[in-house]
Design a protein around this ligand. Structure first.
Ligand code: FPP
Length: 255
């Protein structure tokens, strides 16, 4: 939860002038995943209800997608609601369900026109209102032919839940223990065709993963930005990519 109002979060002047061209010449991540954290603190600092911070986060989300499109990044995943976020106050949970639904209605045509395929990773359980599931299905259907970029919204998503679901599916199919391998588990994740994220960005100065893509981030590069999510713009993405380009990836080997 992000209710500490006193830490971090000034918008970063140091990245304001960055452009896609500043990083486009170097190695680019194929898949970027973001933990959109800090909406509540952004709102609290302005004396606003936390929900206003989520509303302000919409602009940041769309601008981050624009940045990814500018760079030609083909996969982007956004953490929009975790399996643990049901513990938030009931009013906020209700707001977030409605907000995700209305965000899809407001933005799906625009995303579709830009060639973005929309997907959702997470559990479609009874707690997700039917009308939200309907909007999700409509958005998937509308955009399923797009290939410029796949935007996956992690919604009612938990990394542990995803691994449990994969193992349960294998066991339910009668898979013998000796066949429950890394390859088999991967093949039963929500989207086996997604490449693992090369880069994970978390905003708001928190340095943790919070149950995001636990299987897939085994060798991801992690970048933590102090900016609160509503102040995130494509320049912050470019800065994260610039950090990524300084990293040496070894995957357990030597260089
Ligand atoms: C993880 O932190 C962060 C998330 C699951 C992102 C939550 C994002 C929203 C609710 C806003 C979505 C905004 C848009 C624009 C769609 P955590 O707070 O769940 O975990 P923590 O307790 O470890 O910090």
């Amino acid at each position: 939860m992000d209710d500490d109002v006193n830490r971090s979060g000034a918008p970063r002047d140091d990245v304001a002038g960055l452009t896609a061209g500043d990083v486009a010449g170097g190695p680019l991540p194929v898949h970027v995943a973001c933990v959109m954290d800090g909406n509540g603190r952004w709102a609290s600092r302005r004396g606003l209800p936390r929900t206003e911070g989520h509303a302000a986060g919409e602009e940041a989300l769309l601008d981050a997608v624009e940045g990814a499109l500018e760079l030609g990044i083909p996969w982007i995943t956004m953490y929009a609601f975790s399996t643990e976020n049901w513990k938030r106050p009931a009013d906020e949970v209700r707001y977030l369900m409605g907000f995700n639904e209305s965000l899809l209605m407001r933005r799906r045509d625009e995303l579709n026109e830009k060639g973005v395929r929309i997907r959702f990773a997470g559990r479609r359980d009874w707690r997700v209102p039917k009308r939200v599931l309907r909007r999700m299905d409509e958005s998937i259907e509308l955009t399923k032919g797009n290939r410029r970029c796949t935007l996956t919204m992690a919604f009612n998503y938990g990394g542990r839940a995803e691994i449990v679901d994969a193992v349960q599916a294998l066991v339910a199919a009668g898979t013998p223990a000796s066949k429950i391998t890394e390859k088999a588990i991967r093949a039963h994740l929500y989207f086996p065709d997604h490449p693992d994220p090369d880069l994970v960005v978390r905003t708001s100065g928190e340095h943790r993963i919070s149950n995001f893509l636990l299987w897939q981030i085994a060798y991801s590069e992690l970048v933590f930005d102090d900016v609160l999510w509503p102040d995130f713009r494509r320049q912050n993405l470019f800065a994260a990519v610039r950090d990524f380009q300084q990293r040496q990836r070894r995957y357990g080997g030597v260089t």
